[in-house]
Write a protein that binds this ligand. Structure first.
Ligand SMILES: NC(=O)c1ccc[n+]([C@@H]2O[C@H](COP(=O)([O-])OP(=O)(O)OC[C@H]3O[C@@H](n4cnc5c(N)ncnc54)[C@H](O)[C@@H]3O)[C@@H](O)[C@H]2O)c1
Ligand SMILES: [Zn+2]
Ligand SMILES: [Zn+2]
Length: 374
C-alpha cells in the first residue's frame, strides 16, 4: 500500500514528508494505522548524528513514541486483531530473552536490531521509497508515518476506551521519565531529588519522584516556561542552572546533597554530568537518562568521590521499566487523575508540520509536541 512518512534523508537535514510504499505484515508482524506520535528528543539525536551506530543510517523513517489501531496481522499473531488499539514500546519486549525473563524487558535482546532498523524476524524492510529503496525504522517503529508495520513484540494492547491521542506518550516519555525516578533512581519517601532538564522526559521524572514520596524535587532548567511547568508537575523548587542549585543546597537538602540526581537534559555531556555529580550527597545515585553522543569518550566524574561518598552513577534505558506491566498501570494512574498527561502536550501538529514541531522543541517552547493523524 501507499502511505506517508517523515523520512530522514540525510543527517542534519529537515524531515522529508513523502509518500512511501509499505508491504503487508509478514509472520509475527502487525500493520498499524497511527493515531498520534510524540516528538521525543531522541529523534533529534538521530538527525544530528549524536547516536550514530545505535540508530540506522539514513534513509530512515523517524518516530518511536506512537499509538494507533491495528489494521492487519501477519501469520502467527493470535493475540491482536484488526480494530485493536495499541501503544508501541520503543524497545520491543519479546518475553523470551534472558533480560525479559529476568523482568528487565527494557533491555530486551531484540533491541540488538536497532542499528539495522529492519524487521526483527528476517532482517528485511517492509518500508520502501517509491523508487524501491529500502527505508529503515527508528527503534524498529517509524511512528512518523500514517501507517507502519512492526513486530508484535513492540505492541502493547490497550483498552479501546482509553484516549489514543494521549496514549502515544506512554511509548517513551512517560515511562522513561517516571521509571527513571521510581525504578532507576529508586526514589524513596523523604528523598531529596534533583531533575536536570525539564522537557518531556524530565517532567515525568518529576511526577515519578513526587509519587514515590520525595520530600524535595528540585527542577533545573534554563528556560523559565519549563520551570513553571515543573512546579505544576510537582517540583518543590526550581533553579535555572546546576550552579544555582549548588548555591541553594542549604535550603533544599540541609547541605547534605541530593539523594537522587536524574539527568534528563536535551543532550547529555560529560562536563555537565561532572557538575551534576556534585549535587549528589553521600550514597546518592546519579541517573543518566539523557543521551550523550556516541562520539564522547569520557565523562568528568571524580572517581575518588564515588569511593569516599559511596556515590553511584547509573544508566537508565526506558526508565528500567517493563512495558507490559507498566504501561497499563501508568495509564490507569492517569485515568484515576494521579498522573498528569494532558498537561504534557503543549502543541499538536500535522505530519506535514513536523519540522515546525522540532523547531519549537529546539526553541524550548514545548514540553511535548505531538503529531496527530486523522
Ligand atoms: N534513556 C532513555 O531511555 C531515553 C528515552 C527517551 C529520551 N531520552 C533522552 O532524554 C533526553 C531528554 O529528552 P526530552 O525529549 O525530554 O528532551 P526535551 O528537549 O524535551 O527536554 C530537554 C530539556 O533540557 C533542558 N536543558 C538543556 N540544557 C540544560 C542544562 N544544561 N541544564 C538543565 N537543563 C537543560 C532544556 O531546556 C529542555 O527543557 C534526551 O537526551 C533524549 O534523547 C532517553
Ligand atoms: Zn523517546
Ligand atoms: Zn526480550
Amino acid at each position: 500500500m501507499r502511505t506517508r512518512a517523515a523520512v530522514l534523508r540525510e543527517l542534519h537535514q529537515p524531515w522529508s514528508v513523502e509518500e512511501i510504499e509499505l508491504d503487508p505484515p509478514k509472520h509475527g508482524e502487525v500493520l498499524v494505522k497511527l493515531a498520534a506520535s510524540g516528538m521525543c528528543h531522541s529523534d533529534e539525536h538521530a538527525m544530528d548524528g549524536h547516536i550514530a551506530g545505535i540508530v540506522p543510517p539514513p534513509p530512515m523513517i523517524g518516530g518511536h513514541e506512537g499509538s494507533g489501531v491495528v489494521q492487519e496481522v501477519g501469520e502467527g499473531v493470535d493475540w491482536l486483531e484488526p480494530g485493536d488499539h495499541v501503544i508501541f514500546g520503543f524497545v520491543p519486549a519479546c518475553g523470551r530473552c534472558p533480560s525479559c525473563a529476568a523482568g528487565h524487558s527494557n533491555l530486551c535482546d531484540e533491541a540488538a536490531a536497532f542499528p539495522e532498523g529492519t524487521q526483527i524476524t528476517d532482517h528485511t524492510a517492509r518500508h520502501h521509497t517509491l523508487d524501491g529503496e529500502d527505508l529503515t525504522l527508528m527503534c524498529l517503529l517509524g511512528t512518523f508515518a500514517e501507517h507502519t508495520v512492526v513486530n508484535e513484540a513492540s505492541c502493547i494492547k490497550i483498552d479501546k476506551d482509553w484516549p489514543l491521542d494521549k496514549a502515544c506518550l506512554f511509548g517513551c516519555g512517560v515511562v522513561t521519565g517516571w521509571g527513571s525516578a521510581v525504578y532507576s533512581a529508586g526514589v524513596e519517601p523523604g528523598d531529596y531529588v534533583a531533575v536536570v532538564g525539564c522537557g518531556g522526559i524530565g517532567s515525568n521524572a518529576i511526577q515519578g519522584a513526587k509519587m514515590a514520596g520525595a520530600r524535595v524535587v528540585a527542577a533545573i532548567d534554563p528556560i523559565e516556561f519549563k520551570r513553571e511547568k515543573a512546579m505544576e508537575f510537582g517540583a518543590t523548587h526550581a533553579f535555572s542552572s546546576i550552579e544555582e542549585a549548588m548555591g541553594n543546597l542549604g535550603d533544599t537538602t540541609w547541605d547534605r546533597g541530593y539523594d537522587k540526581v536524574i539527568m534528563t537534559m536535551g543532550t547529555g555531556d560529560g562536563e555537565t554530568l561532572g557538575q551534576a555529580f556534585n549535587l549528589g550527597g553521600k550514597r546518592s545515585k546519579i541517573v543518566i537518562t539523557n543521551l550523550h553522543s556516541t562520539a564522547e569518550g569520557s565523562i568528568a566524574v571524580p572517581a575518588i568521590m564515588m569511593t569516599m561518598m559511596e556515590k553511584q552513577v547509573v544508566g537508565a534505558l526506558f526508565g528500567s521499566a517493563n512495558i507490559r506491566k507498566d504501561i497499563p498501570r501508568l495509564f490507569e494512574l492517569y485515568l484515576a487523575g494521579q498522573l498528569k498527561i494532558d498537561e504534557l502536550i503543549t502543541r499538536t501538529y500535522t505530519l506535514d508540520q513536523i519540522n515546525e514541531g522540532y523547531q519549537a522543541m529546539r526553541d524550548g517552547e514545548n514540553i511535548r509536541g505531538v503529531i496527530m493523524f486523522d
